[in-house]
Design a protein around this ligand. Structure first.
Ligand SMILES: *[C@@H]1O[C@H](CO)[C@@H](O)[C@H](O)[C@H]1NC(C)=O
Ligand SMILES: *[C@@H]1O[C@H](CO)[C@@H](O)[C@H](O)[C@H]1NC(C)=O
Ligand SMILES: *[C@@H]1O[C@H](CO)[C@@H](O)[C@H](O)[C@H]1NC(C)=O
Ligand SMILES: *[C@@H]1O[C@H](CO)[C@@H](O)[C@H](O)[C@H]1NC(C)=O
Ligand SMILES: *[C@@H]1O[C@H](CO)[C@@H](O)[C@H](O)[C@H]1NC(C)=O
Ligand SMILES: *[C@@H]1O[C@H](CO)[C@@H](O)[C@H](O)[C@H]1NC(C)=O
Ligand SMILES: *[C@@H]1O[C@H](CO)[C@@H](O)[C@H](O)[C@H]1NC(C)=O
Ligand SMILES: *[C@@H]1O[C@H](CO)[C@@H](O)[C@H](O)[C@H]1NC(C)=O
Length: 461
């Protein structure tokens, strides 16, 4: 009996030392080096990585380890049910830069792709890198010119580039403690997923590269995102509806900088967006802060934004956005598109420093209703040289329209509730058309309630 106990103690300590930084929960670990991966960043390790994933999946699930110290160059690898890819700290998974590295269909161009998977995940403290720089044809501070792999005609112009990580039609997705670096196109893409948990991830994309979104949540339900750090050129956290609604999205404790929208709904918006919560988010030097861009007839309702700090500034007008801290719009994309409504949207405990005002714009058949602002501090300053004086309806609709800056611009809104909103303007007398607190489109606004509203000029020396 005593001997047996001793043996089992020995076994236990052995297991523990072998697993060091990996939790021992009975699932097996498959190291890609045991399947022949070289990790020199030059030879493709695709087959070794895929063989490890397949073996892991066949054994009932577990971990596929990319050990520290290696640069594992790969064509698309297919993540399977029950498999967690563990890219260790000090290891990098590098996406190939040739069209032949990716599947035939452009909708499946990802460096890591999970399809129809349950319980697949990525973690480990290391990095997945799309080598986005290799896809730049011409560097340009205004906007980089990118390669186009439009050989089949299935994707649009320079949007024909591979995404970094995709989970399609999957359940119980987990991505945590990992860095996603230099995507060539979108970075982390969830499509028709159910139950996703994204936690403590960092995303770094080139600030001048178009379409290098951070996280895109498309037609997916029950998505939780927490503790993310996103610094990239295009939309940072973007929900889209193409084939079905987006229901229940929670985003908390995130830091974002982008040359586009930090938080965006749309603009693909054929179905509904509902029950979203955004809490404790810092948005830094971005082009647009909280942006709802409904263009295709989907409706938005029951959304809460709370405890959010925003700074928005002008960048080159080639990029959508005119420094709006909050931008809630619904307009039909084309004259024959449907109009979506936006209702029950709350903003509480928000502070913003921005070069432009809040933009609330519905249309006759795409009404904004029950919009509430509570405890909101707005500071208006100019610190870049880009000219102001434009309303930005892009994408599509009326495009860019000349108009004086307004602290709050409202059109086609029914039910606007303002409680404790403070506006502070800098240098009103020095800037043309600057310092107008409110602009209402006549005959398009009703049910207004203002409690404690202030707007003051601050003399700045
Ligand atoms: C995923 O499931 C769909 C629908 O069942 C099927 O059409 C598709 O081929 C599957 N894809 C993969 C990679 O298994
Ligand atoms: C994409 O390629 C197709 C044919 O391969 C071509 O007809 C189309 O004009 C191209 N579109 C763009 C936007 O480059
Ligand atoms: C967050 O992830 C990074 C790796 O990307 C890791 O080094 C760090 O320890 C994680 N933070 C926490 C609190 O787990
Ligand atoms: C999300 O939930 C809606 C109903 O609320 C359902 O119609 C839709 O199919 C669900 N989508 C997914 C991907 O589970
Ligand atoms: C807010 O999020 C930041 C990370 O961006 C985190 O450090 C901080 O603890 C969070 N604050 C609260 C009150 O949870
Ligand atoms: C707004 O400013 C007031 C006065 O400086 C401050 O007490 C309050 O906490 C601020 N509210 C927010 C949401 O930042
Ligand atoms: C907003 O801030 C107030 C005062 O700090 C706090 O009592 C309230 O719970 C906050 N609201 C939300 C939705 O976090
Ligand atoms: C206000 O204008 C003065 C004089 O042009 C300038 O020095 C100062 O930086 C401006 N302040 C702000 C906050 O824009």
């Amino acid at each position: 009996m005593a001997l047996l106990l001793l043996i089992s103690l020995l076994l236990l300590s052995l297991t523990n030392s072998q697993c060091l930084d990996i939790i021992s929960d009975g699932f097996d670990t498959f190291s890609v080096t045991e399947y022949g991966a070289i990790g020199d960043g030059k030879h493709y390790d695709t087959e070794a990585i895929q063989a490890a994933i397949d073996a892991c999946h066949k054994s009932g699930g577990g971990r596929v380890l990319l050990p520290s110290g290696g640069d594992y160059l790969t064509a698309t690898v297919f993540l399977k049910s029950g498999v967690t890819l563990v890219v260790q700290k000090g290891a990098r998974l590098l996406g190939g830069t040739k069209e032949g590295d990716y599947p035939k269909e452009s909708a499946r161009w990802y460096v890591v792709l999970a399809e129809n998977a349950t319980g697949a995940g990525i973690t480990g403290g290391g990095e997945i890198n799309g080598q986005g720089g290799e896809f730049v044809v011409l560097e340009n501070e205004r906007k980089n010119v990118m390669v186009s792999w439009n050989t089949t005609g299935k994707c649009l112009g320079d949007e024909c580039r591979p995404r970094l990580v995709g989970f399609l039609d999957s359940k119980d997705v987990k991505v945590w403690d990992v860095t996603l670096n230099q995507p060539a196109y979108w970075c982390l893409h969830l499509v028709r997923c159910h139950n996703s948990w994204i936690h403590n991830i960092s995303i770094f994309g080139d600030f001048n590269t178009p379409n290098n979104d951070g996280i895109d949540i498309e037609d997916s339900n029950n998505t939780r995102i927490s503790k993310c750090h996103i610094d990239t050129g295009d939309d940072a956290i973007c929900s889209k509806s193409s084939t079905g609604p987006v229901v229940k999205l929670t985003v908390t404790d995130c830091w974002i900088r982008t040359k586009s929208s930090a938080i965006k709904f749309g603009s693909a918006s054929y179905f509904d967006f509902r029950q979203f919560v955004f809490n404790n988010i810092s948005i830094v030097e971005s082009h647009r802060g909280l942006g709802v861009q409904i263009r295709d007839g989907g409706n938005v309702r029951d959304i809460v934004f709370s405890n959010i700090k925003i700074s928005t500034r002008y960048y080159d007008p080639l990029w959508w956005g005119r420094a709006e801290p909050i931008y809630i719009t619904s307009c039909p994309r084309f004259s024959n598109s449907k109009s979506g409504s936006i209702s029950n949207i709350q903003f509480e405990n928000i502070s913003a420093v921005s070069e432009n005002g809040i933009f609330l714009s519905g249309t006759k058949h795409g009404l904004l209703s029950d919009i509430k602002f509570k405890n909101v501090n707005l500071t208006y300053k100019r610190w870049t040289k880009y000219p102001g004086g434009l309303f930005d309806y892009r994408p599509d609709c009326q495009g860019l329209v000349k108009h004086n800056t307004a602290g709050l611009m409202v059109e086609h809104v029914s039910g606007l509730d303002i409680q404790n909103v403070n506006m502070k303007w800098f240098n009103c007398s020095l800037i043309n058309g600057w310092g107008v607190p409110l602009y209402f489109r006549p005959n398009s606004v009703d049910k207004l309630s203002f409690h404690e509203w202030q707007s003051e000029d601050s003399i700045d020396n």
